[in-house]
Ligand binder design. Structure first.
Ligand SMILES: [Zn+2]
Length: 426
């Protein structure tokens, strides 16, 4: 059914400024894609379309999370007293081992999907665990919810507890099952070698072959922490940088690739990221919590790299991508104090990173330009809007002060998405 939505519309076609339509209209076709956006309904006139009036509310593109670990959801907000490598061994691997039990996985994954929904994230690049059955379950939960996700069964076979180590053959078999599962067009597997230290050369080669054979996207971690980078250099002595270690196995842009962090990316790695059109998932809270550092996002943008935002639960403690915009701006201000050649991020830039730039990894997602999939949020900010704020200041106040209580409608590819159920509610 074709629809025309009326509201105060805000989005970013380009990163330097917002498009603002006071009492504007966005028309959505039966396929869930935007057919027009305009200040007056006459220019969108379509007698078959139902007009839905959201009144004084704000209508913006929905959020995208480019890097999040569903199987670390229980650890959100705890265990922040270590750097990356001991943090993985002490807190993270023991938690992920529990996902061999699909009952446990269902309890946690339902809560995770529900909470992504709460904070208005309609698309996500997700790490599950090595376990095929619970990964399949997570894909099914996204499908049932109607939300978009690229879900990774994690490849690991060294430097981890036995419960998280899988043979190369088992990993390939698991992926081939997931690839052939009937699934919604919004939910697909993504090849997910955890990071170089967790995967033998044979495992990395098999991951690259799977991506090429089934034309699957790839996600992993890159240049997050200095000890990690030194370890990768030891494990892959031939590689010229960390990114090159993935590239040698066909895991760096041969199919669409997103790499989290890039805190310590040097100029050589930057050039390779650019050449391979790899997307950087910036995870500012995680980089603060596990003391990794500050990624040079302004430098990446100046160099024309594609960048998006990730919550990186549970290195990150906050699932809200709105809050991630705030952290990205704040971290860029700290970074600016150290490097005045790189000005800090503006609000429109942070919003663009979370919507149109992140959304590009999922297709035409993250804007209201014609042809874009209608992923959208309706914000009722009446409790935050007490003194004649402009529309842009209303949005800014919501980003800085708001939460799920102000989100009154959520759409993914044109469909309104209702609250997914937790296991306690079934
Ligand atoms: Zn991560």
């Amino acid at each position: 059914m074709k629809k025309i939505y009326k509201a105060h519309i805000l989005y970013t076609k380009e990163r330097s400024r917002f498009e603002v339509l006071e009492n504007g209209y966005v028309a959505v076709g039966a396929d869930g894609c935007v057919t027009g956006v305009a200040a007056d309904v006459a220019s969108l006139a379509d007698e078959d379309a139902e007009v839905v009036d959201f009144g004084d509310r704000l209508l913006i593109p929905a959020m995208n999370d480019l890097h999040v670990h569903a199987a670390q959801y229980r650890n959100q907000g705890i265990a922040m007293d270590m750097e990356l490598l001991p943090w993985l061994q002490t807190y993270t691997f023991p938690e992920e081992t529990k996902y061999a039990d699909t009952g446990y996985a269902e309890r946690m994954y339902r809560r995770f999907v529900r909470d992504l929904w709460r904070f208005g994230t309609m698309r996500a690049c997700v790490f599950a665990t090595v376990h095929t059955e619970s990964t399949r379950l997570l894909m099914r939960l996204f499908q049932e919810a109607g939300m978009g996700a690229l879900v990774g069964k994690v490849g690991m076979n060294r430097h981890c507890p036995p419960g998280l180590s899988e043979s190369v053959e088992e990993m390939v078999k698991g992926y081939e099952e997931l690839v052939h599962d009937p699934c919604s067009p919004l939910v697909r597997p993504i090849v997910t070698p955890r990071f170089i230290p967790s995967c033998t050369p044979e495992m990395l080669r098999a991951c690259g072959e799977l991506a090429a054979k089934y034309q699957l996207p790839v996600q992993s971690h890159l240049s997050e922490n200095k000890s990690e980078i030194a370890w990768v250099q030891k494990l892959e002595p031939e590689s010229t940088c960390y990114g090159d270690a993935y590239d040698r196995y066909g895991l760096f842009g041969q199919t669409p690739t997103v790499m989290a962090h890039c805190v310590w990316t040097d100029d050589e790695e930057l050039e390779l990221i650019k050449r391979r059109d790899v997307v950087v998932a910036h995870c500012p809270t995680s980089n603060l919590n596990v003391a990794s550092g500050m990624a040079p996002i302004r430098k990446f943008l100046n160099e024309g790299l594609r960048v998006g935002l990730g919550s990186d639960i549970s290195g990150g403690h906050d699932l809200s991508i709105f809050r991630m915009m705030v952290y990205a701006i704040q971290v860029s201000k700290m970074h600016y104090q150290q490097n005045h050649e790189w000005p800090f991020l503006t609000l429109s830039e942070a919003f663009w990173l979370a919507t149109k730039s992140s959304g590009s990894f999922f297709g035409r997602v993250g804007s209201f330009e014609p042809g874009y999939e209608f992923d959208a949020l309706v914000i009722d900010d009446s409790d935050l809007n007490h003194d004649h704020y402009s529309l842009l200041h209303r949005l800014e106040r919501f980003i800085y002060l708001g939460d799920d209580r102000q989100l009154v409608h959520r759409f993914c590819r044109g469909q309104e998405i209702t609250e997914p159920k937790r296991i306690e509610e079934l």
